[in-house]
Design a protein around this ligand. Sequence first.
Ligand code: CA
Length: 229
Amino acid sequence: MRDGETAVLAIEDDADIRQLLKALLGREGYKVTEASSGREGLRAFHQVRPDLVILDVGLPDLDGWQVLERIRDMSDAPVLVLTARSTERDKVRGLNAGADDYLTKPFSRVELLARLQAIRRRQVAAREPQAMFDDGHIRVDFTHQEVTLEGGPVLLTPTEYRLLTALVRHAGQVLSADQLIELAWDDPSGLAPARVKYAVLRLRRKLEWDDDDSPLETVRGFGYRYRQR
Ligand code: CA
């Protein structure tokens, strides 16, 4: 990721939407490269190495999911998926396939810009790890490995601490059981996703987050998310 201008690759076969993206994002200071098919998009991805990708699902040659899979083989660049369908199944599929966010068409300009800005903020935050997470409810001091809940100290096991750290560092993002195993366990080999389920249950209980309003959400069919207040 470079400083200054953010390079966006828009892969979309609808010329009107491409025009809209180019005009709208151009005004906001993004440098937009357009592609009208999946193959053209992948070629452009190689050439431009964009900071983020806007990807339509319904494309004439490769569909968006195939394009996303190939992008994920070579890069972690954030991908915002545009989908004409808004069913829960599509959203889960998008997240499973490694999309960072998705937007259902027709979308508002304001919403598109807000999503892109949120993705950029997460990108910058991931590049410059913070020394502290504090949302006024829970505070995690990554340097001293101390956790404070509503001002009072909490004692966590090393695995619980790493689980919590992984979740708050990715606040707002859904993490799969496999991702959490990679992030929170010393030796992830052979661990079943059920281990994550029980570790999450214990962590919730310890933090008294086991009510309906828990900030540590289960996203059915996909994983877990820390919902920042
Ligand atoms: Ca399309």
